[in-house]
Ligand binder design. Structure first.
Ligand code: FES
Length: 241
């Protein structure tokens, strides 16, 4: 296997030909944030659609930033992952992503376990500079999977997992612009499709667009909804003789 030598943030890195800049950097202990990228080495599949652009880096001799997750390394390449320009562009990309994302982290099924939330914290984002058009999609509950597609960031990890790895092909990208999401055909509930409820889409979703159905969360959501009348039954106290 041919080995390639390059420099990342001034550090000499040697990696096999065909490796992406992102993987070469991660292997060398240099962290580049990434959202849409997903790799399952044991079965040889990866999602490198490069849709989120959080992983952009600078390469000497190129007059634009490039996504590190889909760019293979080249001999003698000089990569910069943390210049002020790179950090600024990443931050703007993140702010745009958050602009049309619901701001209900507190009652989100992925709160505390959301990759977008973690990135926003690491970039110190406390205020929203941009206001995008938030999608309006009702939550869909099924036996084990809840879909909150308003939160979809179009990373397409679930689509790769469902279509290419699990070979079910239930989820796919639909629509354009602010309305673009990964959805089922004709916006059907998963229960009306051939979904096997394997849960692999939930395992790879970086945000709260897909999560395990949790009836506690459903109750909290219903309680917060002024249009819904919720009766909470408390179990009667048991008298201990
Ligand atoms: Fe590279 Fe999303 S991780 S574009």
């Amino acid at each position: 296997m041919k080995m390639i030598r390059l420099k990342i943030d001034g550090k000499l890195v040697v990696a096999p030909e065909g490796t992406t800049i992102l993987n070469a950097a991660l292997k060398a202990g240099i962290y580049i944030p990434h959202l849409c990228y997903m790799e399952m080495k044991d079965i040889g599949y990866k999602n490198d659609c490069a849709s989120c652009r959080i992983c952009v880096v600078q390469v000497k001799g190129m007059n634009r930033l490039i996504p590190s997750c889909s760019t293979p390394i080249k001999e003698g390449m000089e990569v910069v992952t943390n210049s002020s320009e790179v950090m600024h562009k990443r931050r703007v990309v993140l702010e745009l992503m958050l602009s049309d994302h619901p701001k209900d982290c507190l009652i989100c099924g992925k709160n505390g376990n959301c990759e977008l939330q973690k990135l926003a914290i690491s970039f110190g984002i406390r205020e929203m500079r941009f206001a995008g058009k938030e999608g309006k999609h009702d939550k869909q509950h099924s036996v084990s999977i809840t879909r909150d597609i308003t939160k979809c960031i179009m990373c397409r990890r679930c689509e790769t997992m469902c279509g290419e790895i699990q070979t079910c092909g239930i989820l796919t990208g639909v629509d354009r612009g602010f309305d673009v999401i990964v959805n089922t055909a004709f916006n059907k509930n998963l229960l009306e499709t051939n979904c096997t409820m394997c849960g692999q889409c939930v395992a790879v979703c970086p945000v709260g667009a897909l999560y395990e159905t949790d009836n506690t969360f459903r109750l909290v959501e219903d309680l917060m909804n002024p249009k819904k009348k919720v009766i909470v039954q408390v179990a009667p106290a048991v008298r201990v003789a």
